[in-house]
Design a protein around this ligand. Structure first.
Ligand code: UDP
Ligand code: MG
Length: 321
C-alpha cells in the first residue's frame, strides 16, 4: 500500500450507465469535497456497450481522481466490486451503485461512523418500494431460505452500499471465490459494523441491469456458497422415505399372512415410483449445482479480465485543485 494513499476511495460498478454517470458525478463531487480533498473514484466498467467509458474518460481528463478499470466483457456486478477493491488505495472505501439509488449524501454519515471506529458501515434499506412487487416477493423468499439454510447470518436490509475500512478491504481481497455473494462475504469477514438506515431512491435513468435470470443465478450462488445444507438434506429425506418403505413393507407382509394376496395396487405403485424418481432427480440436480461450482473454482481462472485502464498510469496521489 502506497503511503500516499487517499483518505477515501469509491468503487462504482457501471454497466451501460451512460445516462446516469454525469448526474452521479455532479452529485458526488460536492459531497466528497466536503469530506476530504483526498478522494478517488474507481469506476468499474463491466463491459458496457454504450458511451459509459467515453464519459468517464472525459471526467478523467478534467480530474485524474476519477478513474476506471474496464472489463473485456460483462462479468457481473459482484466481480466488478471485487475488481474495484483490487484497485482502490484509500484508507476507507465506499461501494455504491451508479444509478443514484444510493444517495451520495449518505457517504458523509458513513465516514463519520468510520471515524468513530467502525470497520464497516452499511446502508440499511428501510423499504423496497423501488423494486417491482414480483422482485420484492422473490427477494423475501430468498432471504427466508438463506436464513433457514445459511450458516452466516445476514444483517437486515444490508446491501452493497457501504463503507469498508482498509482492513476489511484487504480481508475481502483474500477471498478468491468465483461465485461471489458479496452480502455474505461482508458478513463472513466480521469486524465491528454498524448499519445506517436510508431510503432507496428510484433509478435516475435506464432500467435495472438485473434480469430475472441473473437474479436467480445470484440467489443460487448465495445459497450454495454459504450453505451445504441442501447437499445434506437428502440424507434425511432418504432416511425418512426408507423408514416409511420399511414400515409399509412389514404391514404388507402381515396383511398377506392374515388375509392372503390381493393384487390391485397399480396406482400406488406408479405414484410411489414416480415420487421417488422425482426426489432422486432433484437431489442429483442439487449435487450438480455444487459440482458445477466446484468445477468453476478448480479451473482457477482469473476473476476478471481487464480490457483497459483509464487514469491508472501516473497514480496522482492527492487532489487536483
Ligand atoms: N451492474 C454491473 N454489472 C451488471 C449489472 C449491474 O456493474 O451486470 C451495476 C449497475 O451499473 C449499477 C449497479 O450494478 O451501478 C446496480 O445495478 P442495478 O441498479 O441494475 O441493480 P438494482 O438496483 O436493480 O438492484
Ligand atoms: Mg439500481
Amino acid at each position: 500500500m502506497a503511503d500516499n494513499a487517499p483518505e477515501l476511495s469509491l468503487v462504482i460498478p457501471v454497466f451501460n450507465e451512460g445516462a446516469n454517470v454525469d448526474a452521479l458525478v455532479a452529485r458526488l463531487r460536492p459531497v466528497l469535497d466536503g469530506i476530504t480533498s483526498e478522494w478517488e473514484v474507481v469506476f468499474v466498467d463491466d463491459g458496457s456497450r454504450d458511451d459509459t467509458l467515453a464519459r468517464i474518460r472525459a471526467f478523467n481528463e478534467a480530474d485524474p481522481r476519477l478513474r476506471a478499470v474496464s472489463f473485456s466483457r460483462n462479468f457481473g456486478k459482484e466481480i466488478a466490486i471485487a475488481a474495484g477493491l483490487d484497485h482502490v488505495r484509500g484508507r476507507a472505501t465506499v461501494i455504491m451503485d451508479a444509478d443514484l439509488q444510493h444517495p451520495p449524501e449518505m457517504i458523509a454519515t458513513f465516514v463519520e461512523k468510520w471515524r468513530e471506529g467502525y470497520a464497516m458501515v452499511y446502508g440499511q434499506r428501510t423499504d423496497r418500494r423501488a423494486d417491482s412487487p414480483m422482485r420484492r416477493k422473490l427477494t423475501q423468499m430468498f432471504y427466508r431460505l438463506f436464513d433457514a439454510f445459511g450458516e452466516t447470518p445476514l444483517p437486515e436490509g444490508a446491501g452493497d452500499f457501504r463503507l469498508l475500512d482498509r482492513r476489511a478491504v484487504d480481508a475481502l481481497r483474500q477471498l478468491g471465490e468465483r461465485a461471489r455473494f458479496s452480502k455474505g462475504l461482508y458478513a463472513w469477514i466480521g469486524f465491528p459494523s454498524i448499519g445506517v438506515p436510508f431510503d432507496v431512491a428510484d433509478r435516475v435513468g435506464g432500467m435495472s441491469k438485473f434480469s430475472t435470470r441473473k437474479l436467480f443465478r445470484f440467489a443460487a450462488d448465495g445459497i450454495t456458497s454459504f450453505s451445504t445444507l441442501p447437499l445434506k438434506l437428502w440424507t434425511y429425506v432418504g432416511a425418512l422415505v426408507s423408514a416409511f418403505a420399511f414400515v409399509t413393507g412389514i404391514w404388507f407382509i402381515i396383511r398377506t399372512m392374515l388375509w392372503g394376496v390381493d393384487v390391485p395396487g397399480y396406482a400406488s405403485l406408479i405414484v410411489s415410483v414416480m415420487f421417488l424418481a422425482g426426489v432422486q432427480l432433484i437431489s442429483l440436480g442439487v449435487i450438480g449445482e455444487y459440482i458445477g461450482r466446484i468445477f468453476a473454482e478448480v479451473k482457477r481462472r482469473p476473476l476478471y479480465i481487464v480490457g483497459e485502464q483509464v487514469g491508472f498510469g501516473e497514480q496522482p496521489a492527492v487532489a487536483m485543485p
